[in-house]
Design a protein around this ligand. Structure first.
Ligand code: GUN
Ligand code: FE
Length: 423
């Protein structure tokens, strides 16, 4: 029974989108997975260690489906430009600095520490084009005990000379070196994910090679889709023979199906792209804070979620201004109200329960059985002290979650990934 323990307290999760399940009792962990939930601890577990989380909230670890680790250094600034100018002026110069491994190490340490203290237990992360710096980030995340997919970026066009892989051949060779080193490193909870930045940054020849690597290594992929109107026009001009933006990935086997895929934003997808995402089980990373800051627009996230698309949340740091997925949940609800008011009166705004679903069970599905307190799921849990909210009234668990999202300031006191206590 040495790998068995229990948490005692108030557990909140979302087996069904839009419905909070709140239970007081004991959650038993056996060998890293949830063994079961009990109102009272069964006699056979009488001797196992029990951590009492009285007064706190316990929720499944959150999954951040989209963020850029190297951009954390300028998070909360650079809010004055739209996407394409923002990339040129702020992003590329900053990401280029990660060629210096000492810089990467120091900056990724800050990122990893802050992610560890957030409610996020799993994340899909963009790094930079640099193999060694990307491996450094992966080592740090693994050491912290976080679960992650991390991508060395692919970029060989429309980027500055000081931040480019220059040719498909050089890019492929470096990406292969990175994938091989990931295999050698034998990470337990951190995996490589192919990361063509977005179609404007990647020639067709390179995209084709990335598709080949995906099949050869069985690797997942992540990228951006239909985020910004100028970007979409640019993709049309760069790829006149593609039927849709999605097709610029799909024609190289990089859009769902066998290739597990996350697409960030998906604000302006035409019906044909929607169909491809649904059929290929492509995960949609809804990034409401970023979509506000970089003036991208408001994605139809409520519709995606309610129509059964794979939908999760992304902080998209540093387009997004915070790693805190509670804040992203609040933004998801808020912008869905603007969409309802200004764009589409047929789709009611998201509820906070739906937002929590996206942050936990919805995004968690990308990582396996993650995001619910149910038998057989990874034992990923965060314990939250919301006493800073001075809950003078007797708020319901649902209201306390709402206050965590809107007020901020709740503190993660304990965190478990696969049953390991990492905080
Ligand atoms: N599209 C291509 N690169 C980026 C990026 O770094 N951030 C966002 N928000 N969109 C992108
Ligand atoms: Fe992004």
């Amino acid at each position: 029974m040495s790998n068995t323990f229990a948490l005692k307290g108030l557990f909140i999760d979302t087996p069904v989108p839009g419905e909070l399940r709140c239970r007081e009792g004991f959650l038993v962990c056996e060998n890293g997975t949830v063994e079961g939930f009990y109102d009272a601890l069964p006699e056979r577990y009488a001797a196992v260690p029990v951590r009492d989380c009285a007064g706190k909230l316990i929720i499944p670890g959150m999954s951040d489906l989209h963020l850029h680790a190297p951009q954390y250094s300028y998070c909360g600034t650079a809010m004055d430009l739209e996407l394409l100018e923002w990339l040129d002026n702020y992003t590329y110069p900053e990401e280029a600095r990660y060629a210096d491994i000492a810089h990467a190490k120091a900056y990724y340490e800050v990122f990893t520490r802050d992610l560890l203290h957030s409610a996020t237990t799993r994340a899909a992360i963009f790094a930079t084009i640099h193999t060694d710096a990307t491996l450094e980030l992966m080592r740090q995340l693994e050491k912290a005990g976080l679960g992650a997919y991390v991508g060395k970026l692919n970029m060989d066009r429309n980027c500055p000379d000081f931040y480019s892989e220059h040719t498909p051949e050089r890019g492929e060779a470096e990406t292969r070196r990175w994938l091989d080193q990931c295999r050698e490193a034998g990470f337990e909870r951190v995996f490589p994910i192919l990361t063509p930045r977005f179609t404007p940054s990647v020639t067709d020849a390179y995209m084709e090679k990335i598709g080949g690597l995906s099949r050869e290594y069985g690797a997942a992929m992540q990228s951006h889709l239909s985020e910004n109107l100028s970007e979409i026009e640019w993709v049309k001009a760069l790829c006149p023979d593609a039927e849709t933006y999605a097709d610029t990935y799909a024609r190289y086997g990089l859009f769902g199906g066998e290739c597990k895929t996350i697409m960030a934003h998906c604000i302006y997808c035409p019906e044909a792209e929607d169909r491809m995402m649904k059929e290929g089980h492509v995960f949609i990373a809804h990034c409401p804070t970023s979509n506000e800051n970089v003036i991208a627009g408001v994605a139809p996230a409520a519709r995606y979620l309610r129509q059964g698309y794979e939908t999760g949340l992304g902080s998209d740091v540093a387009g997004g201004h915070t790693l805190d997925l509670f804040a992203v949940m609040a933004a998801a609800v808020q912008v869905s109200k603007l969409r309802w008011r200004y764009v589409d009166q047929s789709e009611k705004p998201l509820t906070m329960a739906e937002a929590l679903y996206m942050a936990t069970a919805g995004g968690g599905r990308f990582f396996g059985k993650v995001g619910l307190f149910e038998e057989g799921y990874c034992f990923d849990a965060v314990v939250i002290d919301d006493s800073a909210h001075h809950n003078l009234r007797a708020f319901t668990p649902a209201e306390r979650i709402e206050r965590c999202a809107y007020l901020g300031g709740a503190r993660v006191t304990d965190k478990y990934v696969d049953g390991h206590k990492i905080l």
